[in-house]
Design a protein around this ligand. Structure first.
Ligand SMILES: [Zn+2]
Ligand SMILES: [Zn+2]
Length: 118
């Protein structure tokens, strides 16, 4: 079809900013990335409109993902610090290996890097 691929819906995410020296719920001092995720409709690869914009904070230490509520996102975008009590913790797609410290998909039972049981 001629029109195939000319328009469509895409899901996109980007890192908006990074916070340093945040104490994560895992107890470690870490840096955290603020991630913006949204859907957009494009026509000839030009985005026409966006919707469903959401913000997440991802911890570098353990891969924990925190969801930013609507009423906190504007404040967080202009702030240098994060108040973790105002974020909701999401089910993380990652675990961290207790033996080698690498990020591992949470479906794995054994670490693919060092073979330790997770
Ligand atoms: Zn952590
Ligand atoms: Zn490992």
């Amino acid at each position: 079809m001629f029109f195939f691929g000319i328009f469509g819906v895409q899901n996109k995410s980007r890192v908006v900013k990074e916070f340093n020296n945040v104490i994560c719920r895992c107890g470690r001092l870490s840096s955290m990335q603020l991630i913006e995720e949204y859907m957009y409709f494009h026509f000839f690869f030009i985005p026409i409109f966006r919707w469903g914009r959401k913000y997440f904070v991802q911890a570098r230490c353990c891969g924990r993902l925190y969801e930013v509520p609507e009423d906190y996102k504007d404040e967080l975008l202009t702030s240098d610090t994060i108040d973790l009590n105002r974020l909701r913790e999401k089910e993380s797609p990652y675990k961290i290996c207790p033996s080698c410290g690498k990020y591992v998909d949470s479906n794995y039972k054994y670490c693919p890097y060092c073979g330790a049981e997770l």
